[in-house]
Ligand binder design. Structure first.
Ligand code: NAP
Length: 478
């Protein structure tokens, strides 16, 4: 039977957790999902061109391959289908409660269990696993006048498919990974597209050619599939990661990005606008081969004049008003307030929001002192800038699975503050060498400038640290 587990969220993390529980024969779990389907961010982001810029062989569970093997990089529809197939194949559906948002999770000390509340009432669980992701709350910019706009306006993660952009004047605000994917598609149909860029991003090419029939045949063989996956993983670890840590490939990767820019943007004045002045990797690198060519189209302008306000007819900058029929906010997500939508109360009535008021932190990104039997997936300092988050999720799920027998026999387990202190000191030490610290703003940092998003090591180092729980890092009730 095993402990009862409340999983919050049915995206990659929540499904992975449930699959491993199923594999261990533990069926006493419930997945609470606020949306109408599984898929998390891949259900929400339906903008044209949405997809993943990490190879599909690595951006998938190690134990489950895509049924379609034609795409080197999967698009949003394939990824969503993959997650739906996983939910079906592993029989998770009966335990998923869709359209059910968790509003609070309160640890009942005398009971030693969690009271999980949704609109439908309260249920009690031994363990809570948060799998709500880091990029799930769209962020509208703090530009005055947003509500005064006369035309259609929406966030990239809440795409309004009822709006026909054909022949229209479209303003896209923001130029991160989402904008880089949607701009080429929108530019194909729009009459005029103005891309409002505040800060240029580094862009690396994405070799997007799909696999040919021969490659598909070869990769169907499980062994060669694994070899390919391993190659992709090692390339990211040994070439991309060092570029983020001031290592051997820093200049090489930077040169590669500049060559890509030169090859795709012949106009020197546009190139100058698009050339970042901060080190590559300081913020999320855009990986795309269609973005720059779209910016060279006659119907596309890259506007770098500072935006003053939104007006009924468009976007007012210091250089005047750029008229628009539609505004797309590709302005990212609220990333630093992990779990802020749920009231989480641990031992001694401690509120997680209060504990984290100076910045979210968790031991291994997974466990928080004073919050027994609460585990986080994709928690603080577990994002990566160079490889697949699914890899990190699997590490975290393996770790939590390792905790379950211990808490079942010794009562609720709670990470010791000393273990948290050591973890924080090590993070601070390792963070010093990382490129994210200097010279740029990014969603990796919280309001006070502390990096709460990213893991400073490579993926292999995280796997080593999370291989098995160290009981001495925890306090047990028995
Ligand atoms: P983002 O990278 O956070 O970019 C937000 C953009 O909005 C930035 O260009 C930002 O400008 C701009 N912005 C924000 N407020 C503004 C304001 N007041 N005025 C003008 N511009 C403003 O968001 P995103 O593109 O949605 O990507 C978020 C993350 O999602 C990515 O970093 C990535 O991790 C993930 N993602 C991944 C994929 C994939 O293929 N794997 C695809 C899409 C997204 P500044 O740069 O000046 O702040």
């Amino acid at each position: 039977m095993g402990p009862s587990v409340a999983i919050i969220g049915a995206g990659f993390g929540g499904l992975c957790m449930a699959i491993q529980l199923e594999k261990a024969g533990i069926r006493s779990y419930t997945i609470f999902e606020k949306g109408a389907d599984v898929g998390g961010t891949w259900r929400d982001n339906t903008y044209p061109g949405a997809g993943c810029d990490t190879h599909s062989h690595l951006y998938s569970f190690s134990f489950e391959r895509y049924s379609s093997r034609t795409r080197r990089y999967a698009g949003q529809p394939e990824i969503l289908d993959y997650l739906r197939e996983c939910a079906d194949k592993y029989g998770l559906r009966p335990r998923i409660r869709l359209n059910t948002e968790v509003v609070s999770a309160v640890f009942d000390e005398p009971l030693g269990r969690w009271r999980v509340r949704t609109a439908a009432g309260e249920e009690v669980f031994d363990v809570v696993v948060s799998a709500i992701g880091q990029l799930n709350r769209p962020q509208l910019p703090d530009i005055p006048g947003i509500s005064t706009f006369d035309g259609a306006a929406f966030h990239s993660a809440r795409w309004d498919h009822s709006v026909d952009l054909s022949g229209r004047r479209v303003a896209v605000i923001g130029n991160g990974s989402s904008a880089a994917q949607l701009v080429p598609k929108v530019a194909e149909v729009a009459g005029q597209l103005d891309l409002f860029q505040r800060t240029p991003n580094w862009v690396l090419p994405k070799e997007s050619a799909d696999f040919g029939p021969r490659a598909q045949k070869i990769l169907r063989l499980p062994f060669l599939h694994r070899v390919y996956r391993e190659w992709v993983y090692r390339y990211a670890e040994h070439t991309l990661y060092p570029a983020l840590a001031g290592g051997w490939s820093t200049d090489l990767v930077r040169r590669h990005a500049l060559e890509h820019l030169h090859a795709q943007v012949p106009d020197p004045s546009l190139r100058a606008k698009l050339t970042p002045s901060y080190p590559l990797g300081c913020r999320r690198v855009v990986i795309d081969s269609d973005f720059y060519p779209a910016l060279t189209r006659p119907n596309v302008d890259v506007v770098t004049d500072r935006i003053i306000r939104i007006v009924p007819g468009g976007v007012e900058t210091v250089a005047g008003v750029r008229e628009a029929d539609a505004i797309i906010y590709a302005t990212g997500f609220e990333t630093s307030e992990f779990l802020s939508t749920i009231e989480v109360v641990g031992r001694d009535g401690r509120r997680l929001a209060e504990e984290w008021k100076d910045g979210a932190e968790a031991y291994l990104g997974i466990a928080v002192p004073h919050f027994p039997n609460l585990f986080l997936l994709y928690g603080p300092n577990t994002n990566l800038g160079h490889t697949s988050i699914v890899f990190m999720l699997e590490c975290q799920v393996r770790y939590i699975m390792g905790c379950l027998p211990r808490l079942a026999s010794r009562g609720p387990m709670e990470v010791r503050p000393e273990a948290m202190d050591t973890w924080r000191q090590n993070l601070d030490r390792d963070m010093k060498g990382m490129v994210w610290q200097a010279g740029c703003t990014s969603w990796y940092k919280n309001a006070s400038g502390r990096i709460t998003g990213n893991w400073p090591g490579n993926a292999a180092a995280y796997r080593r640290l999370t291989r098995t729980p160290r009981p001495e890092a925890f306090h047990f009730a028995r």
